[in-house]
Structure formats: structure tokens, C-alpha cells
Design a protein around this ligand. Structure first.
Ligand SMILES: [Zn+2]
Length: 368
């Protein structure tokens, strides 16, 4: 009863100077094409109520490459530019489906730089990757093995704000189902602890995070003191980006272990739908990071539950999980965030988060 799934395997790599230059040029062209096509599609819709699709943008791109002013687009690999048009198509589809906001222009400073190569854009030979327009293979650090006989269908190259290069290989992988169980767990997204489980277990933040956060705050303070556009500012920006990257890497690693365990141990996993929380602007560092990890945790639970044949149940976000007594069903009118323990009129003493996790579990099981 194994299952085939598409899965991305991400590694660091170290480009040669030529590769770095070629990729930087390609990233620039990818962003250019994406923005150009977004503008074209938006304008056609605004001025003529006309819906321009992928095929039309692809034809227009061929014309664009022949114009003297934009001939530079013909100098980089063609596949990543077409993929940019496909990504835009996906963004529009999500928008029309009401799953996402209207696509936004990619900015040079804020957007992640990446280029995607489908099979026509790379060669995979003897465990090495040769990208179009490059003679040497990528120097990849294989931190974990690819699945047996892996044959990547898409290769995505990116560079993060700390200046590190990554390559992500999309491969078919075989998933072996997890052992049968009837266990169920409710998960409460915490602020003091990362998550609290209905079993009473509190999962705290990964080791080193407190120290890393202090370092990040310091690096950001230093960055804010540097003069704009100065060389020192760029150095400070890199440093802050490196600390931030380390926090998110450790978090991701930690979340992978946690979600794999939760999905292996339980047939049913119940979570709260907290998407609305992410829409609230919050500049507090701790909150921003915990919101980001909640989104990531949820995404991981979604695909791992699908892989292993488990049920993920989402409870409505207006459900008063913290204020409801799990023993007698009384709902308290008010409870401020700093109340960690409380006693209900019925005499039951509650740990706020454990009670919330249990209520989420009960609501999830009742919904099914
Ligand atoms: Zn009670």
C-alpha cells in the first residue's frame, strides 16, 4: 500500500563565478518577465475587460525577445522565463478561486530570487545537474540522499537574502503508510509555547531560539543605525539576514520532526483555522516568527496527512477554545492573554492551553 508523491528536496550549492553571474542575470530576467506579463494582463483587463491567459503571454514573450530594447531576455535560458509566466498563471488562478490576493509585482529588494527549470532546461546525468547555458554541473552539498532512482522533473535555483544559494529538486518519492491507529490529537497554537497538545504536552520553541532571537534583535538595531546605501549597511543587512535564516532553518527542521511524529502517532489531527491571524499586521518579532511557524506547521500537516492517509480537521476560528470549560461546557465571558491558569465555576482547574487543545480536539471530532 505504498503511494507515489511529488516531493521537493532542497540543498545548498556553491556556484562558480560564471554560474553566479549567469544565475543573477536569469533571476533579473525572470522578475522582469513576470512583472511585464502582470502589467500586460492587468492592463488588458482594466482597459478592455479582456482576460489574457498563459498562451497569449508566451506568444508575446517571443515577440518581446526580438525587440532591441529587450533583446537581453534572449541571452538567458528560455525555460525559467516561461516558468515565470506559468507561475503568474497559477497566481491568477488562485486569485480567481479566491484563495489568494491579486498578484503583486516582484520587487528587486523584497522578492525571493529564483528561477525554475523544467526538463527542457536542465540535464540530469550521473547524479549531477547541468543547467541550460552552463557547462559545469552545480556543486551541490547532498545533505540527505535523493530517493532511489530519483529523476527530477523540475529544478529550482534560488538565493536568499543572506546570499546563500539553494537548489530544490522535485522528484517522485514512495511513501510507506504509517501504522494504523485510532489516536486523535488537538493542537493549540501558543504564544508562550510553540504548540500545546490535547495530551497535555507542551512543545516549546527549538533550542537556541531565545539566543538567536536576541542576536537578531541586536543585528536589526545595528542595521537601523547604519546610513542608507552605505557599504556598512549592506554588511549589517547581510548579518541580520544570516541570523534570521538560521532561526527559520532550525525552526523548519524542528517543525518537520514534530509534524512527522504527530502524523505517525495519530489518525486524526485537529487544528484551529488561524489564517485570519496572519492577516493582522504585527511588527512584534516574536509574534511574526510564531505566526510564520504556524503557517508552516499547518502546511506540513496538510501534506503529511495526505501522504500517510491521516485526517486533518480544521476547527472554525471563532470557536472559543480558550474560554470554554472542557468539563462543564461553560463559556467565560472574558479572559485576557496573560491568564495561564483558571478555575471554572464547576471547580475544574485548567491550564489555559491544554484546555484549549482539548476543546479543539472535541470540536474537531464532533464535526466529523
Ligand atoms: Zn466548568
Amino acid at each position: 500500500m505504498t503511494q507515489q508523491v511529488k516531493r521537493a528536496f532542497k540543498y545548498r550549492f556553491y556556484p562558480t563565478d560564471e554560474q553566479a553571474a549567469e544565475l543573477s542575470r536569469t533571476f533579473g530576467c525572470v522578475r522582469y518577465v513576470y512583472n511585464w506579463a502582470l502589467h500586460m494582463r492587468s492592463e488588458a483587463y482594466a482597459l478592455h475587460s479582456k482576460n489574457v491567459g498563459y498562451a497569449e503571454t508566451d506568444r508575446a514573450l517571443t515577440v518581446l525577445k526580438r525587440q532591441p530594447d529587450t533583446a537581453f531576455l534572449a541571452e538567458v535560458a528560455a525555460v525559467p522565463l516561461q516558468q515565470a509566466l506559468r507561475h503568474l498563471q497559477t497566481a491568477f488562478a488562485a486569485f480567481f478561486d479566491k484563495r489568494a490576493k491579486y498578484p503583486r509585482f516582484k520587487s528587486k529588494k523584497k522578492s525571493r530570487m529564483s528561477a525554475a527549470y523544467t526538463r527542457a532546461g536542465f540535464r540530469w546525468r550521473n547524479g549531477q545537474i547541468f543547467l541550460a547555458k552552463m557547462n559545469a554541473p552545480l556543486d551541490i552539498r547532498w545533505s540527505r540522499p535523493l530517493p532511489e532512482g530519483a529523476d527530477p522533473s523540475t529544478v529550482t535555483v534560488s538565493r536568499d537574502s543572506a546570499g546563500r544559494w539553494f537548489v530544490s529538486l522535485l522528484c517522485e518519492d514512495t511513501i510507506t503508510p504509517a501504522p494504523a491507529t485510532t489516536n486523535a490529537v488537538g493542537i493549540d497554537a501558543g504564544i508562550t509555547s510553540l504548540v500545546t497538545l490535547s495530551s497535555g504536552e507542551k512543545v516549546t520553541n527549538p533550542r537556541h531560539e531565545r539566543r538567536d532571537r536576541a542576536r537578531l534583535a541586536k543585528a536589526q538595531r545595528e542595521l537601523s543605525r547604519k546610513a542608507k546605501d552605505s557599504a556598512n549597511r549592506e554588511k549589517a543587512r547581510r548579518k541580520a539576514a544570516r541570523v534570521h535564516a538560521r532561526i527559520t532553518d532550525r525552526r523548519r527542521d524542528f517543525l518537520h520532526k514534530l509534524t512527522t511524529r504527530l502524523v505517525r502517532e495519530n489518525q486524526t489531527v485537529v487544528i484551529e483555522d488561524l489564517t485570519v491571524r496572519n492577516m493582522l499586521k504585527n511588527h512584534k518579532l516574536a509574534r511574526a516568527i510564531s505566526d510564520a511557524s504556524w503557517t508552516e506547521l499547518r502546511t506540513m500537516l496538510e501534506y503529511k496527512c495526505a501522504w500517510y492517509g491521516r485526517d486533518l480537521v480544521t476547527v472554525d476560528r471563532w470557536f472559543p477554545s480558550s474560554k470554554l470549560c472542557g468539563a462543564c461546557g461553560t463559556v467565560r465571558e472574558e479572559m485576557s492573554l496573560n491568564v495561564r491558569e483558571w478555575t471554572c465555576e464547576c471547580g475544574t482547574m485548567h491550564d489555559r492551553d491544554v484546555n484549549a487543545a482539548r476543546n479543539i480536539l472535541a470540536a474537531g471530532l464532533a464535526e466529523r
